[in-house]
Design a protein around this ligand. Structure first.
Ligand code: CA
Length: 239
């Protein structure tokens, strides 16, 4: 499955395209290359790639804006390529829906490893029987891939959904950052723990959770996170 995944590479630097495109193709991925932000949005809409590798510095658009636009209609995994290793850049990228980032110069091995780790992530269609969980007004339905707060549907990225599901599958228990990384990104993930905190913060915002004294996703200092009172309520109708 991983082998036939479709990747959209958005990069205007010919040397990087020349390096990365053949490596991705050799891994068996279908690769589209575009060099502008405008084309990236159009092709993402038309071709529905599984993964978007997105350069932040594009000639016609800010990569952050392109990411935001693509995320508005697509749940593709998005990896950002950034030339600057500043915390602010990473946070901005993750806050507009990117799943991961790589700082240039990066090795093509690392890029391949990150892509494969993303594609290995558990999806809503796992072999496990899908369940439905509720905590207060928060509801997550694994089968329908749906999250609601007070009956209002909340749009989450795949990553945010898996993050929330990982917490909800362990009612009332503290889930460590390492366990979250293993559950959401897979065991071969190379990123840093801080990314978990950023995604949790984004998730809280979408759920309307208060930063101080959140009712849903609670921090356990130095350890990880846990959901408030949470238990499986029923099995979803099987399909
Ligand atoms: Ca560039």
């Amino acid at each position: 499955m991983t082998q036939s995944a479709h990747i959209l590479l958005v990069e205007d630097a010919p040397d990087i395209v020349a390096l990365v495109q053949p490596v991705l193709a050799k891994e068996g991925f279908l690769v589209n290359v575009v060099s502008s932000g405008r084309r990236a949005v159009d092709v993402a809409r038309a071709e529905r790639p599984d993964v978007v590798v997105l350069d932040l510095g594009l000639p016609d658009a800010d990569g952050v804006e392109v990411c935001r636009e693509i995320r508005a209609f697509s749940d593709a995994y998005i990896i950002m390529l950034t030339a600057r290793d500043t915390e602010a850049d990473k946070l901005v990228g993750l806050s507009v829906g990117a799943d991961d980032y790589l700082t240039k110069p990066f090795s093509h091995r690392e890029l391949i490893a990150r892509i494969k780790a993303m594609l290995r992530r558990p999806r809503g269609t796992s072999a496990r029987r899908p369940r439905r969980f509720e905590v207060g007004e928060l509801m997550l339905d694994e089968g329908a891939y749906e999250v609601r707060v007070a009956d209002e549907e909340i749009r989450l990225t795949k990553l945010e959904f898996e993050l929330l599901a990982t917490l909800m599958r362990r009612p009332r228990e503290v889930v460590t950052r390492e366990e979250i990384i293993s559950g959401v990104w897979g065991d071969n993930w190379y990123g840093d723990d801080h990314v978990v905190d950023v995604h949790v913060s984004n998730l809280r915002k979408k759920l309307g959770d208060r930063a101080r004294d959140p009712i849903f996703v609670r921090s356990v200092r130095g350890v990880g996170y846990r959901l408030g009172e949470c238990r499986p309520t029923s099995d979803s109708p099987s399909r």
